[in-house]
Ligand binder design. Structure first.
Ligand code: ADP
Ligand code: ASP
Ligand code: MG
Length: 598
């Protein structure tokens, strides 16, 4: 007999019929000889409705009271679910997060799980009861109700599966699995048999709302296999596991965020510590930023651009203004008419020609790329919001994501490995804490920069096609916001190919009005790798702070869920490595222990 965790999302419990249907599934699973823990979301759009109500009374409702309010949605669902099971002749007990004892930190509306005792749930399961847990909520050390962030019931489900060492963690929803992109955005999207944690993590944080990104992070950390399935079907869904679907495919999925704004901070002092001053203020508000790009403008002034979710824009603007007051110069420009299109794939790290293929596809349709950032396993571009859907469709087609790869595989469903599970049970604080596995220095690359590139479609495609034609492996790519005619494109290549890459760049700028190519043979790439790199907003800040403390300028940055990469002057390589190692000494190579954002 095993433990099965079954999570039902809002649409799957939207009315009494649906609640009964979910109840039947749980009862049937129990009758097959399993112990069943259900995790249930608020009914339908109930949470949205509550948010709306709160906003009618107060444009910035106190976060503690918001949690008090939002947690009621799940409380309604678990009680109704228990009644439904009772009506089917089963036995069930509903529990709130507090009744289970899901302890979190006190960051209301985005609390992190610290510990979960299992005694009460186990006792009920042993009494043959179905345990119905309210998703998305916990309690802090002062008995305040907390919530885990929108969509957080997924996280509750994965966390319960981990601490209970469940045999399966089934996420029932309104799609029958994980698709290559949101099937609602693109009917061509294909259901994948499985997807790797790292790919799913990136996709989830880049807009694939099917799973909460922190639930995937948690699953990866504790080795939980997630099975995403349709609530009203028996068919197998998609597995989220360590391995990707295909060992050879370069791109496994695509995503779009339509609700992201571009923030550009222009004419700030070009000196170490400037970015830190700005990001520090933003991180204090617990806001995650993406697509960080900085470039040197005219007269020793620098520009910094990044994206934040539309919902976070107002608070971000306030934070940046405070920073600009402190810096004594700079101006802020924001745009909401942009969308981020990303492709993700583990195979990308090993292949050339992925970036230029994406750029060319967009250029061929006359879609201008306004910004570019990459990481080892993703490429993100910023385009006009009104062309986002078209861009997604084109990119999805360009990588043939609608076709099943010939070497698709399916990993058997396994339960959390014994060692991981033991760690979970004995780990009393900071289950979601930051974990840094490594601080690394790579001195094998050089940087090419093309500044003052024309802000028009096709430039990036042109550059990287020529580079790919010479079989030059490009690692990091960063293109800054070009709205003021000051866009620059920087990329890193192996040092022994720098010469060849620079010659190509020089030839190309001859045909680009006003563009200038330059290179640096000696750059150092510093990386911080681990779990929670982006969701813990304090990680980037710590990096910037520690390098600024040594007067080291950061030339290029990119961030992913599992890694932050920073390019600095090669002469400062060792000093930079030292500074970062010291900054992360407390979380380096250790078991998860609390968060740096606190
Ligand atoms: P639930 O209420 O069950 O948690 P969500 O609305 O949070 O459901 O997530 C399911 C939705 O996620 C689907 O309806 C789908 O439109 C969307 N989605 C976005 N990206 C993907 C993807 N790559 N694969 C599957 N669904 C996706
Ligand atoms: N009800 C919460 C929300 O709508 C949590 C969830 O559904 O996962 O965000
Ligand atoms: Mg959801």
């Amino acid at each position: 007999m095993g433990i099965i965790v079954q999570k039902f999302g809002g649409t799957s419990v939207a009315d009494s019929e649906k609640i009964l249907s979910a109840a039947r599934k749980a009862v049937a699973t129990q009758q097959q000889g399993n112990q069943v823990v259900m995790v249930v979301s608020a009914m339908g759009k109930n949470t949205d409705m509550l948010v709306d109500l709160a906003r009618q009374l107060n444009s910035r409702p106190p976060a503690r009271e918001m949690d008090m309010l939002l947690s009621t949605g799940e409380q309604v669902s678990v009680a109704l679910m228990a009644m439904a099971i009772d009506s089917l002749g089963g036995e069930a007990v509903s529990l709130t997060g507090a009744q289970i004892g899901i302890r979190t930190d006190s960051s209301h509306t985005r609390a992190r799980i610290q510990s979960i005792p299992t005694e009460r749930m186990r006792q009920l399961l042993d009494e043959n009861k179905i345990v119905i847990a309210a998703g998305f909520q916990g309690i802090d050390e002062h008995f305040n109700i907390t919530t885990l962030g929108r969509g957080g019931s997924d996280l509750t489900a994965v966390a319960l599966a981990a601490v209970l060492k469940a045999d399966a963690c089934e996420i029932y929803t309104d799609v029958d699995g994980v698709y290559t992109t949101d099937p609602r955005m693109l009917p061509d999207a294909r259901k994948v048999s499985q997807i790797s944690y790292d790919e799913m993590l990136e996709l989830a944080s880049l807009g694939a709302g099917v799973l909460h990104s922190r639930s995937v992070e948690f699953a990866k950390r504790y080795g939980v296999t997630i099975h995403v399935r349709h609530s009203f079907s028996e068919a197998a869904g998609s597995l989220v596991v360590a391995e990707s679907e295909s060992p050879t495919q370069s791109v496994g999925g695509a995503a779009v965020t339509k609700n992201e704004s571009l923030v550009s901070v222009k004419e700030i002092p070009d000196q170490p510590g400037t970015s830190f001053t700005i990001f520090e203020k933003i991180a204090k508000e617990n806001i995650t930023v993406d697509m960080i790009v900085q470039n040197i403008g005219l007269d020793g002034r620098a520009n910094l651009s990044f994206t934040v979710l539309d919902d976070d824009l107002a608070v971000t603007q306030d934070a940046v203004r405070k920073a600009l007051d402190q810096l004594g110069s700079g101006r802020l420009e924001c745009r909401q008419d942009v969308s981020k299109i990303s492709v993700v794939g583990l195979g990308m790290a090993r292949q050339t020609g992925v970036a230029d293929h994406m750029f060319r596809t967009l250029a061929a349709a006359g879609i201008n790329i306004q910004m570019i950032t990459t990481s080892e396993i993703k490429i993100s571009v910023l385009v006009d919001r009104e062309r986002a859907q078209e861009a997604l469709r084109l990119v999805h087609g360009a990588f043939s994501l609608q076709d099943s790869p010939a070497d698709a595989r399916t990993t058997a469903i396994g339960k959390a490995t014994e060692s991981d599970a033991t760690e979970v049970a004995s780990d009393l604080v900071g289950m979601e804490g930051l974990r840094v596995d490594d601080v690394l220095l790579d001195e094998s690359q050089g940087r090419i920069t093309i500044s003052q590139i024309p802000d028009q479609p096709g430039v990036a495609a042109h550059v990287f096609e020529n580079i790919a034609a010479e079989n030059i492996f490009v690692d990091m790519i960063v293109q800054s916001d070009g709205s003021d005619g000051q866009a620059s494109l920087s990329f890193t290549v192996p040092r022994n190919q720098l010469d060849a890459a620079y010659r190509i760049a020089e030839a190309l700028v001859k045909n680009m009005d006003g563009a200038v190519a330059s290179y640096s043979l000696e750059v150092a790439k510093l990386s911080i790798a681990g779990i929670g790199m982006r969701s813990h907003t304090g990680v980037a800040i710590r990096s910037f702070e520690s390098l600024a403390g040594e007067s080291i300028n950061v030339e290029m940055v990119n961030t992913s869920e599992v890694r932050i990469n920073l390019v600095i002057d090669g002469n400062a390589a060792e000093m930079g490595l030292d500074a970062l190692s010291r900054a992360f000494a407390d979380v380096l190579m250790r078991k998860p222990t609390g968060s740096v954002t606190e």
